[in-house]
Design a protein. Structure first.
Length: 461
């Protein structure tokens, strides 16, 4: 991708499959000129002009074929107050792929309007200062998120959770640099010369903000690495705990009475296919009724959001009253019908619902049948997650490394300041910390420091 390419770009912003609605997105430095070209569908330039530089929605009809008009909403976002920092125009239209592709082809007839390359809208947002590099990486993490916890972490990063700590660190370091640079302008012993410890409060603020940033970054890294959590979800007495005991080798109480399992159980599931450590979690069964008050409380805990990488929905295949457990949103999984060593009695309707949700397996924890296909399915899901998370994992390592370098430089500066080390050496450590943080967000702007420095001068100096 050419970082300097400034032509207008267009791409489908919704999944390329039939749907009720689809969105084609344009971005460019001057869409008014682009849309005014001959050969483009009529009415686009006037619709854009009608917004008068303000955000707005315009109704438009596109003549796809003779006698066939397609209703389109034009969502207009003039730059720089847009997602990319440029003029942005979105076409919201019926999600018929032939219609969408035909409109995209018609737009590409314009000179200076090119198909967008992978990630180019986000790249333009970064180049135009709408997002810093950590937020641009968060966009990718959000797209690749596999569960609610990852969605929340990526959304927080995109919303500036790390950026706020970084900005506080940079402000504190810049304040310290202002004091040091001012002191270097005077002879040693002058009233403006810094004394040991004079910038300590600024360095303490930088340390605290860096510590928060490192803790948040480490928490995100841990969520991505080290273990693959598999949750067993099902009604009481569906066979979850028997399966848990069979796969982990951990002894757990199994009985025919509801409410036997009332606490969360979690243990390693050893399997040669595991890339990370497989952790299997079992908990209280989920049912419409409870056997007693303790069972009711246990079921309430079970319904709280679980952060699983994969879910195994367990249904008793020998129970004619068995129902499919409620799905956990944004988490891959499959359904297993347990107790396959007994006569099958589950309703056909429930089986069909499970097949519509995804893969279905029959197994028996007692006989040990069906366990190998389950392990293969979990292994395939983990491999898919590793492939999707490759870029996110690299970004996490980059964040940790940059924050580590910044923290080491701040600590070195604090140690030098405490013993009265030469201010030039202290300043160099602070510059190294600022460089590390600038690399983290994808830019290095000494103007930030200059603005603070000159704003602290007296008039006429």
């Amino acid at each position: 991708m050419s970082g300097g390419r400034r032509s207008a770009i267009v791409a489908l912003a919704t999944p390329p499959r039939p749907a009720e609605r689809a969105i084609l997105r344009l971005s460019g430095p001057d869409l008014a000129a682009t849309l005014a070209q001959d050969g483009l569908p009529a009415g686009l330039a006037s619709a854009w002009a009608a917004t008068a530089g303000q955000r707005g929605v315009q109704a438009w009809e596109w003549s796809w074929l003779p006698g066939i008009l397609i209703p389109v909403e034009l969502w207009c976002f003039p730059g720089p107050q847009s997602a990319t920092g440029e003029d942005v125009l979105e076409f919201h239209l019926p999600g018929s792929l032939p219609v969408v592709r035909a409109l995209e082809a018609a737009l590409l007839q314009a000179s200076g309007l090119d198909p967008a390359e992978a990630g180019e809208f986000t790249r333009r947002a970064f180049l135009n200062g709408v997002l810093d590099l950590t937020q641009a990486e968060a966009v990718q993490a959000l797209v690749q998120a596999q569960d609610t916890a990852e969605v929340e972490a990526a959304a927080a990063l995109l919303g500036g959770a790390l950026g706020a700590d970084l900005q506080q660190t940079r402000d504190a370091l810049a304040e310290a640099m202002v004091q040091i640079e001012a002191g270097l302008d005077f002879e040693e012993g002058d009233s403006q010369d810094l004394r040991p410890g004079e910038i300590a409060s600024s360095l303490d603020r930088a340390r605290a903000a860096l510590a928060r940033g490192r803790a948040e970054s480490e928490a995100r890294r841990v969520r991505h690495e080290g273990r693959f959590r598999i949750g067993l979800v099902g009604a009481p007495n569906a066979g979850k705990t028997a399966l848990f005991r069979r796969l982990t080798g951990v002894e757990a109480l199994v009985a025919d009475e509801k409410g036997t399992t009332r606490d969360r159980l979690e243990a390693a599931w050893p399997d040669e296919r595991a890339l990370d450590r497989w952790m299997l979690a079992d908990g209280p069964g989920r049912a419409a009724d409870a056997s007693d008050a303790r069972d009711h409380a246990a079921q309430a805990r079970a319904r709280q959001a679980d952060h699983f990488d994969f879910v195994v929905y367990v249904v008793d295949g020998s129970d004619p009253r068995a129902q499919l457990p409620e799905a956990i949103a944004a988490t891959p999984g499959l359904t297993v019908f347990s107790k396959a060593d007994r006569p099958r009695a589950v309703e056909q309707r429930v089986l069909e619902q499970a097949q519509q949700r995804g893969a279905v397996l029959w197994l028996s924890s007692e006989a040990g049948t069906g366990l190998e296909p389950l392990a293969e399915a979990v292994g395939a899901a983990e491999r898919a997650r590793h492939q999707q998370r490759g870029a996110s994992a690299r970004a996490s390592v980059r964040h940790q490394e940059a924050l580590r370098r910044a923290a080491e430089s701040v600590e070195a500066a604090a140690a030098l300041d405490e013993v009265g080390g030469h201010q030039d050496l202290v300043a160099e450590e602070l510059r190294a910390a600022l460089r590390a943080l600038a690399e983290l967000v994808g830019e290095f702007t000494p103007e930030d420091l200059l603005d603070q420095l000159f704003s602290s001068f007296c008039v006429g100096k």
